[in-house]
Design a protein around this ligand. Structure first.
Ligand code: GLY
Length: 380
């Protein structure tokens, strides 16, 4: 059986796996990254919001701290990535406007703003008129808003291009093959076996396997990652010159109880997302999903009718039972998890890479990562 050796082997070349491999290589380790189709799955479907404040959920305090660290880490991460590659990292610092359509939507938005304030987050409650001052093409029916200056976005496709270049220039060995299983010796992971039978031996294995984490072979049953796929459909539209910019900021909206978000890109693209369905590994784009996204987007931004529909695509969010990621030691020596990022994969890319690299180098999970160990779920 042919063999390779490395200090670290990373399984999965989505944003998390690419950034982790790059960070480890930048920190002086020899890294192998395995994926049959790098940068093609959930990471390319995502809208790329950096939304720790506007996506905060009641009672998720540890996750909020990690998500805030995530948004704070992006500017330096993007600068380093651009320095290393000469490729734009796609960070777009615009702030986010949350808007409400009817009276019930507005009441829910105000309640959330009160909660955000109790957490010390920066939010400013606006009237409908004030919201339209920030975004003149919003519908007259928009009844109120909340301005969140610290939530931004990243063009995830640009970030993927930059990261693919970064792993190449930093000497990461990228193997375009599926990992058949994690190899173990007793209770220690010692590498991975690829589909063609090749063994890649490594002192540490990092599983950045996203929605496929629960199926990773070679992981003892009681240590499997409780990660399930949650489908999201996303649309990409092109704004004609005459209507640019259709939006200046990311806009999140609740329209008659339905949530939708609209993320503008500097080049005239508008990303509209996302549905949320538990349908296993089904990534078909359904008419009902496209209809719902367009209906809700159009309710708050009528000019949607004039945009060109360029793409409708579906991806699988890697969800865990508590919506937070699984980071660090797995319970199997030599195997670390970097998975389960659910709705926050783009946001948590830099901070996950930093946490995993620090864990490999020091043997200790940094404090920020400690609430996110696999062991919090017990035997699943
Ligand atoms: N964070 C956006 C989504 O998961 O749809």
């Amino acid at each position: 059986m042919p063999e390779h050796t490395s200090d670290v082997v990373v399984i999965g070349a989505g944003l998390i796996g690419l950034a982790t491999a790059w960070q480890l290589a930048a920190d002086g380790l020899q890294v192998t990254l395995c994926d049959p189709a790098p940068a093609t799955q959930t990471s390319t479907v995502a809208a790329g919001m950096l939304a720790p404040v506007t996506e905060v959920e009641y009672g998720e305090d540890d996750l909020l701290a990690l998500n805030l660290a995530g948004v704070n880490a992006w500017p330096d991460f993007a600068a380093r990535l651009e320095d290393a590659t000469g490729v734009p990292a796609g960070l777009h610092r615009t702030g986010t406007l949350s808007v409400a359509y009817d009276v019930d939507d507005a009441a829910a938005l105000r309640r959330l703003a009160e909660y955000q304030r109790t957490l010390g987050l920066e939010v400013e409650v606006l009237t409908g008129r004030e919201s339209r001052k920030r975004e003149p093409l919003l519908a007259n029916g928009v009844s109120g808003g909340v301005w969140v200056p610290g939530d931004h976005s990243v063009d995830n496709r640009q970030a993927l291009t930059a990261l693919l270049r970064a792993v190449e220039v930093s000497g990461v060995s990228l193997i375009r093959q599926r990992v058949a299983q994690v190899l173990t010796a007793g209770t220690t992971a010692i590498g991975v076996q690829l589909d063609d039978g090749t063994a890649v031996h490594a002192g540490q294995v990092i599983a950045a396997t996203g929605p496929w984490s629960a199926q990773l072979k070679g992981v003892p049953d009681e240590l499997r990652a409780p990660v399930r796929p949650v489908k999201g459909e996303v649309l990409r539209l092109r704004v004609p010159e005459a209507y640019r910019p259709a939006l200046n900021h990311t806009v999140r909206a609740t329209a008659r109880g339905f949530a939708v978000y609209l993320v503008p890109r500097p080049g005239g693209e508008l990303v509209v997302g996302a549905t949320s369905n538990e349908l296993g590994y089904d990534t078909r784009v359904l008419a009902g999903g496209v209809f719902a996204l367009l209906r809700d987007a159009r309710t708050v931004l009528p000019v949607i009718d004039e945009l060109e529909l360029m793409e409708a695509i579906a991806g699988l969010r890697p969800a865990t039972p508590d919506n937070a990621p699984i980071l660090g030691p797995s319970g199997l020596d030599g195997l670390l998890w970097a998975t389960g990022h659910y709705r926050n994969g783009v946001l948590l890319t830099p901070v996950t890479a930093a946490i995993l690299s620090a864990t490999v180098r020091s043997g200790t999970l940094p404090d920020l990562g400690k609430p996110f160990l696999r062991s919090r779920f017990g035997h699943f």
